[in-house]
Design a protein around this ligand. Structure first.
Ligand SMILES: [Zn+2]
Length: 104
C-alpha cells in the first residue's frame, strides 16, 4: 500500500538539520554490532545527534571526560539504550560508523 507508506513517512516533519543514518535496507552489508545497555550515565551533555524525524534517534554524549552514545527508539514509551563510555577518539569513530550505517 504505497499511500499508507507515504503517510507514515510524513508523520514527523523533517527539520533537515541533522544527519540521517541509512536504514537497515541501505546500510553496509557488514555491520558492527554495538553493545547497548540501559545503564544511564549520571551527568551528560549532548554533543551531536541524528534527525528526530526518524523512529531511531542517536545522540553523541559527553559525560565526565568520556563519551557515550544514546539510542532512543521513539515509540509511545521510548526505549533508551546507552553504549560506551569511550575516549573521545573511539566514540567519534563509533559515531561516524553509525552515521554511515557501518554500526548499529
Ligand atoms: Zn529528518
Amino acid at each position: 500500500m504505497p499511500e499508507l507508506l507515504g503517510l507514515e513517512a510524513d508523520a514527523w516533519p523533517c527539520p533537515r538539520l541533522a544527519a540521517h543514518p541509512p536504514g537497515r535496507s541501505t546500510a553496509a552489508t557488514t555491520t558492527t554490532h554495538i553493545d547497548w545497555t540501559k545503564e544511564e550515565p549520571v551527568r551528560l551533555r549532548i554533543v551531536d545527534y541524528t534527525c528526530s524525524c526518524r523512529a531511531l534517534v542517536y545522540e553523541l554524549l559527553s559525560c565526565g571526560g568520556h563519551f557515550m552514545i544514546r539510542r532512543t527508539h521513539q515509540t509511545t514509551s521510548p526505549e533508551v539504550f546507552y553504549a560506551g563510555p569511550w575516549p573521545r577518539a573511539v566514540a567519534e569513530r563509533v559515531w561516524t560508523m553509525i552515521l554511515t550505517g557501518e554500526a548499529r
